[in-house]
Write a new protein. Structure first.
Length: 134
């Protein structure tokens, strides 16, 4: 993660800033997916870490809603894929609950990017249009 972030300080890194942003967020979130998969796929309470990564993605990154939705989708898939490889969840009601909250968090995080007007700041240097889907 440190290497990815340090690349943003180079000229080449500034040209690929969106890709490095994706990489940094996913590099921080995929270990959480691995922990969820290792403990109990789809049922471990550590799935909340993925929800935090999605909220971070929607609130702090100045991306287009499609980019936000793509990263959030990758995080939802990283939550669901280990369940498929494990042959299903060990506790179906808990799995459905966790999946519901993970999917709703992805939708809310993407919706925030569309609704909340972007203002310039050190953390958000890019101003996205009010209706970013148009």
């Amino acid at each position: 993660l440190g290497i990815i972030l340090s690349l943003t300080l180079t000229d080449r890194g500034r040209k690929w800033i969106t890709g490095l942003g994706y990489s940094a967020l996913l590099a921080a979130a995929f270990p959480v997916s691995g922990m969820v998969a290792y403990i109990d796929p789809g049922v471990s309470p550590y799935y909340a870490g993925l929800n935090l990564a999605m909220l971070f993605n929607g609130v702090l990154f100045p991306w287009h809603p499609i980019h936000t939705a793509a990263v959030n989708g990758a995080l939802v898939i990283s939550f669901l894929l280990p369940v498929a490889f494990a042959g299903g969840p060990s506790n179906v009601p808990a799995f459905l609950n966790n999946t519901f909250f993970t999917a709703v968090t992805a939708v809310i995080s993407t919706f925030v990017v569309v609704v909340v007007p972007r203002t310039p700041s050190p953390l958000r240097p890019v101003v996205a249009p009010r209706n970013a889907f148009a």
